[in-house]
Design a protein around this ligand. Sequence first.
Ligand code: IMP
Ligand code: MG
Length: 180
Amino acid sequence: MIHRDIQQVLYSEEELRQRVKELGCQITADYAGKNPMLISVLRGSYIFMADLTRSINLDVTVDFMVVSSYGAGTVSSGQVEIKKDLSDTIEGRDLIVVEDILDSGNTLYYLMDVLKARKPASIRLCTLMDKPERRTKPITADYVGFTIPDAFIVGYGLDYDEKYRNLPYVGVLKQSVYEK
Ligand code: IMP
Ligand code: MG
């Protein structure tokens, strides 16, 4: 039973659907006449990516990357490692990096630099969730779904110890789950 570990539902399925649609419309308008390449940072962004791309009315391509994250903890280690690189080249492309959540900013700060060095035409960051209070690196997203306070959240792709990704909503995890 995954639902009983949730203290509070932050965003319902309907709220997520509505906001992702708005982001898709905004990207469609901003990239009119272009063919952006959406790069999903796995695994947390897989559901957001699937919904976001279906809300964009342009020719887009998709690619995926895996970078190391928190492991079983709830605090970023500051160590970032590319575990799976992109399949395609990005030189000259208009990139939109799609992330589940921007927290300390460690992961993205590093990743954006790696991608910029490959000479894309442009690069923007789209994150479903933003926790600006926790930022330790100077990085901001160009598209933000929701700005949230400092709480550990799960669902809609976001995990704790690889669990809860399949919750259809976003919720705050009960502290008792990770303090066990
Ligand atoms: P950052 O490097 O600290 O910005 O962390 C980014 C990554 O940490 C995200 O892509 C998530 O995978 C993970 N993360 C940060 N906060 C949360 C959270 O509240 N719930 C689940 N995962 C999180
Ligand atoms: Mg992630």
